[in-house]
Design a binder for this molecule. Sequence first.
Ligand code: 3JN
Length: 340
Amino acid sequence: MANNYNVCVLGATGMVGKEMIKILEEQNFPVARFLPLASERTAGSKVTFRGKEYTVEEAKPGSFKDMQIGLFSAGAKVSKVFAPEAAKAGCVVIDNTSQFRMDPSVPLVVPEVNPQAIKRHKGIIANPNCSTAQMVLPLKPIYDKAGIERIVVSTYQSTSGWGKEAIAEMYDQTKKLLADPRARVEAKYIFKQIAFNCVPQIDQFTDNGYTKEEMKMYDETRKIFEDDNIQVTATCVRVPVAIGHSETVNVKTRKKISIAEVRKLIGSFPTCVVMDDPAKGIYPTPIECEGRNETFVGRIREDISQENGIDMWIVSDNLRRGAALNAVLIAQKMITDKLI
Ligand code: 3JN
């Protein structure tokens, strides 16, 4: 009989944590014991797993004894403290924060793209940033076939990427402005007014003029492809959408590849769906992709401005593909490959 595993979710009350719990249920993950954990602030609240209500416990260094898999999404600072503790206790951590992503001893994994990296783990495996995860999926078969020289990406990121408070802020501002277009609205979580607006800042600025989010896309893409020759330039923008990140992606390949071939490659890559018939108005939008596990690609076309250039539009549910689903898929892959 297949094994069952003791699984804890750290950050169980957050948007990603809740999605993790939902996906463990949906995927019928082999859970023996389920332990929801959170920081002191939200410990004590209730979550439901497989019809049973659980009280969320406060994470403590001793919480991970007897746990085998830990899905962490309570912020980088929390992971910094607890992931090493959990790993020491024999609980393999799949961490959704930026804390360990660029640590050379920690694999950074999208299971369909670089599953080979999982086996190098020493107790912690990192989940990429949501914008990176959905981008590298359709790019992987192109990379394998034609090589990638450079990626120019602009993102249109939903407010859920910044947490439930950011979504609430968007709706709150929207309601106020609908009632009174001259109302002054407060921007507390997102850097500027997000209702009826676009904000070209996600996370803090770094010394080179890029934001941390943009540098995550640069660093993480190169690490996942294990190729420091790929050039990546990103502009990350917050848009007034609740769930689902979109990206315009321009790729310069090393070898010539036809658009027909690109469509075929992406369409036959696991978990990628080509949704691309502009004449019939068919292309993905975040509303259509919310709650879905696939990564949707449309507007695939030849870049008329350069040799070997391809343009495309990539949309995915950031809470799933870019976070909770990716983490659960890593855990499933460890089980099927007998790495746990
Ligand atoms: O805003 C988004 O759409 C994605 C945000 C991700 C994020 C937000 C705060 C801290 C991260 C992340 O996953 O990279 C982090 C972090 O872990 O540093």
